[in-house]
Design a protein around this ligand. Structure first.
Ligand code: GLN
Length: 453
């Protein structure tokens, strides 16, 4: 099969099914086919790499040269990126044709993909359910077979939670492993890009292409890029799995708990053993995150002023009116809420009480993990407390939505790698297993996921 045939196959499926799922914001058929032709030439010349010719869908947060990059916001509805994000460049180099850009929560703020300016994405397993978020479009295209591979970003769980809700595999790498250059910034000290695929093996290959030092991102790690596929197939004999007692308490759906416990038992059968560990400060993670992430967002989003990027109001009276109306019209409700919370937390007089305190909590959450990893190799638990909920079910209850990220957010606070692999179903809605490891343990996590699958 040629890349052109494969790419056309996905384009056909997109025209057939995406009207119901709404997973793509933009489809780029001409670009995809042109890139597929180039990939076929590269392959014919014997210059192909492993992923050459395999199409990919990019979350609409990655700047894509000449293609609309909206972040699913009215603010950027008219924004054609003038350059590629580092990740996009990397995957272009390998020769992966771009099928289009996937839907998401506006500016990646959310857990359901409902806050998109282009309407919610539906979960392919059950069209009444959300696909998770913010990378809900990316997870849905993989689950529905509308792309074989997709990129996502994870600030507080946005790769892992939609992966869990849609029954696919997604990994958030160690902070600094993948360049943030050209990714529309949400909370810069948390944001990390990663692959969203059908299998852990696919994620390993894709991460190999995405990761690596980039001098254009000041937090990019200057170290040799590891081979993320290096451990695939290695025995799990002797692996110590930490099971955090605090992650199986109140609020966890009993059916999800059963799936996760059964999954851990499966990995034990492969030669691993379990030890109980403790993450006593887990309840501090969500409050810390919801000060720090909005604080960073309020600063990052100040660049959208109606002058340089995106939406500009009509007939402004003066500069202040231009700022005010462009921002009021361009941003949706959740984004405005975060900007206000963040600006408040950073304002003079409140800085010590909120921002500084939240930073201290962040350190405590990270120290919990450091301590836990003294007695285990990886930690396993749920990705989210429930399977996908119904569209509309939580859209008016922000606090309950925020709280549902309690298992994923600590991992971002600490900057650790975390993987979600499909583990089972509750009423035809998928549930993932969350595997978290020490810094740079991606290859190990991916091998565990691979063996488990
Ligand atoms: N749901 C979390 C938030 O709204 C995480 C989102 C993300 O990881 N981008 O901030």
């Amino acid at each position: 099969i040629t890349s052109v045939q494969l790419t056309q196959h996905y384009l056909d499926r997109i025209s057939q099914y995406d009207a119901d799922i709404n997973a793509y914001v933009t489809v780029t058929p001409e670009l995809a086919i042109a890139m597929a032709k180039e990939a076929d030439e590269k392959l014919a010349a014997g210059k192909g790499e492993l992923l050459t010719g395999i199409p990919v869908a990019h979350k609409d947060i990655f700047c894509t040269d000449g293609v609309k990059t909206s972040c699913s916001s009215k603010m950027l509805d008219n924004f054609i990126a003038p350059y590629d994000a580092h990740v996009v460049t990397q995957l272009k180099k390998v020769g992966m044709p771009i099928l289009g850009k996937t839907n998401m929560d506006e500016f990646a703020m959310g857990s359901t993909s409902e806050s998109s300016y282009y309407g919610p994405t539906k979960n392919p397993w059950d069209l009444n359910a959300v696909p998770g978020g913010s990378s809900g479009g990316a997870a849905a295209v993989i689950a529905a077979g509308l792309a074989p591979m997709a990129t996502g970003t994870d600030t507080g769980g946005s790769i892992r939670q939609p992966a869990s809700f849609c029954g696919i595999t997604g990994i958030k790498p160690t902070y600094g492993s993948v360049s943030r250059f050209g990714i529309v910034a949400y909370a810069s000290s948390f944001d990390q890009a990663g692959p969203m695929t059908r299998s852990a093996e696919d994620s390993a290959w894709m991460l190999n292409a995405m990761a690596g030092f980039d001098e254009r991102d000041s937090t990019s790690l200057e170290r040799e890029t590891p081979d993320y596929a290096a451990e695939l197939g290695q025995s799990l004999k002797g692996l110590k799995i930490g099971v955090p007692a605090e992650y199986f308490g109140d609020g966890l759906d009993p059916e999800v708990e059963k799936i996760v416990r059964d999954a851990i038992a499966e990995v034990e059968k492969l030669g691993a053993e379990t030890v109980e560990v403790h993450l006593p400060n887990k309840d501090l993670a969500v409050p810390s995150y919801y000060v720090l992430a909005p604080a960073e967002a309020s600063s990052n989003l100040s660049r959208f002023d109606g002058v340089r990027f995106g939406h500009r109001c009509e007939n402004p009276k003066d500069l202040e009116d231009l700022y005010k109306r462009s921002r009021s019209e361009g941003f949706g409700a959740e984004v405005k809420r975060r900007i206000m919370v963040g600006a408040y937390a950073l304002s003079a007089g409140f800085y010590d009480a909120y921002y500084l305190k939240a930073q201290k909590l962040r350190r405590m959450v990270r120290d919990d993990f450091t301590k836990a990893f003294e007695s285990c190799d990886v930690i396993m638990g749920p990705v989210a407390p429930s399977p996908a909920f119904n569209i509309g079910e939580k859209s008016d209850d922000q606090v309950s939505m925020y709280l549902s990220d309690l298992y994923t957010i600590p991992v971002n606070l600490a900057g650790l790698p975390g993987l979600s692999v499909p583990a089972g179903f509750v009423n035809n809605r998928p549930v993932g297993l969350h595997i978290v490891g020490p810094y740079f343990s991606e290859a190990k996590l991916l091998n565990i996921g691979h063996q488990f699958q």
